[in-house]
Unconditional design. Structure first.
Length: 341
C-alpha cells in the first residue's frame, strides 16, 4: 500500500505563499490614501456602487495585457512599472467612449509564487488605479507549475467604466473640418515588443548594459484618463483614439464615420528617441507606423475653434498638437509626408 504523503505543495503549488500575497494586497488598502481605491479584496466577488450622479448610466468594459514587455521586465528584473502598463492598456480604451474608469481587476498567472516579484507588480497596479481614479476591487493569482517555465508569468487586466448615455463619444460627432490632435506618448507603451526583442536578439544587444534602452524600454504607458475626461466634461472633443497595435492608421480608422476621412501630416509628428533608435535598426517607415505609436500615444478630434482651449488640460510634456484634419471621404486615413527620424 502506497504512503498517503502526497501534497499540493509537492506538485509545485504553494497555497501558503499565495495566501501571504493576498494578505499583502489587503494590507495596501489600509495605507493612507488607498482606502478609496480598494473594495472587498480577498472576497469571492466584489460589490461596487454605481454612481448616483449619472442619470442614464451605461457600462463600458475593456480587457488587455502588456504582451511581451513582460520579457523586458524579466530581463531587467524590474517589475515596478508593468502594473501601471496593465491598467493603462485597459482604461485608455474606456475613455475613447467617454467612460470614466470605475473598477479594475487583475489576473496573474505564474510558474511559482515569488512574493518579491508579485509585490512589485501589484504596487504598479495600485499606482495605475490611483492615476486613473478607479478602484482595484479584486483579482486572481494562479500558480501554474508545468505551464510556465522558471521565472515566467503573464498578467491580464479587466476594467469597467461608466458614462451617461448622452455623453458617449460616438462617430456621429466627428465632422468635416475638425482637427486631429496628437497627444505625445511616454515611449513605446506596450505594443511592438516582440519586434524589439527580435532586434535585440538578432543584434546581440544586452539592454542591461545600455542605459538608454534600459530606461526607455521599461517606461510605463501614459494614462490619459484625467486629461481626456476633463475635455469630455467641458464638451471640447468630438472623438478620440488610443494609439496601440496597428498605429495611427488602424486606430484612427476605427472611430471615423463612413462619410469622412482623415488627412495626417506625418512630418508634424514629434517622435521619441526610442523610435529613432528602432528605425535605425532596419525597420521600414511603413512597418514603424503599423507596429508602433511613433510618439503619438493618443489622438483627439476637435472643432478648430477649440484648439486654444485644449492645451491647458495637459501637462507640459504631453501637450497635444495638430497632426491632421478631417476631410470629405470614405472612411480612409491618408498619411502624407514622412516622419523626421
Amino acid at each position: 500500500m502506497k504512503n498517503n504523503n502526497l501534497t499540493y505543495e509537492k506538485s509545485g503549488v504553494n497555497i501558503k505563499a499565495a495566501d501571504n500575497f493576498v494578505k499583502f494586497v489587503s494590507s495596501l488598502s489600509k495605507k493612507r490614501g488607498n482606502s478609496k481605491n480598494f473594495e472587498n479584496i480577498g472576497g469571492f466577488g466584489s460589490i461596487t456602487n454605481i454612481p448616483t450622479n449619472v442619470k442614464n448610466p451605461q457600462l463600458v468594459a475593456s480587457t488587455d495585457g502588456v504582451g511581451t514587455k513582460i520579457e523586458i521586465a524579466n530581463e531587467l528584473n524590474n517589475f515596478g512599472t508593468i502594473g501601471i502598463d496593465l491598467v493603462a492598456m485597459c482604461v485608455n480604451d474606456l475613455i475613447v467612449q467617454g467612460a470614466k474608469p470605475l473598477i479594475f481587476l487583475d489576473y496573474i498567472s505564474i510558474n511559482k509564487v515569488e512574493l518579491k516579484k508579485l509585490k512589485q507588480i501589484i504596487k504598479g497596479i495600485v499606482k495605475g488605479c490611483k492615476i486613473s481614479g478607479c478602484k482595484l476591487v479584486g483579482g486572481e493569482t494562479a500558480e501554474m507549475p508545468g505551464t510556465y517555465s522558471k521565472g515566467k508569468f503573464d498578467i491580464a487586466g479587466f476594467s469597467v467604466g461608466i458614462v451617461d448615455k448622452k455623453n458617449i463619444l460616438n462617430k456621429s460627432k466627428i465632422k468635416i473640418g475638425d482637427l486631429v490632435l496628437g497627444v505625445p506618448s511616454s515611449g513605446v507603451h506596450s505594443n511592438g515588443y516582440s519586434l524589439i526583442r527580435y532586434i535585440l536578439k538578432k543584434n546581440k544587444i544586452k539592454i542591461k548594459k545600455n542605459k538608454f534602452l534600459k530606461r526607455e524600454l521599461i517606461k510605463p504607458t501614459k494614462i490619459y484618463v484625467k486629461e481626456i475626461l476633463s475635455l469630455i466634461e467641458k464638451r471640447l472633443i468630438n472623438g478620440c483614439a488610443n494609439i496601440t497595435g496597428g498605429g495611427l492608421k488602424d486606430n484612427l480608422k476605427r472611430i471615423l464615420p463612413t462619410n469622412v476621412s482623415a488627412n495626417i501630416d506625418l512630418g508634424k509628428i514629434k517622435t521619441n528617441g526610442i523610435f529613432k533608435w528602432i528605425h535605425s535598426q532596419g525597420v521600414s517607415n511603413a512597418e514603424m507606423l503599423k507596429t508602433f505609436n511613433c510618439g503619438i500615444g493618443f489622438c483627439i478630434i476637435i472643432k478648430s475653434k477649440n484648439s486654444k482651449k485644449i492645451k491647458k488640460h495637459f501637462p507640459r510634456n504631453f501637450q497635444p498638437y495638430v497632426i491632421g484634419k478631417i476631410v470629405d471621404g470614405k472612411k480612409n486615413i491618408v498619411l502624407n509626408g514622412k516622419i523626421k527620424w
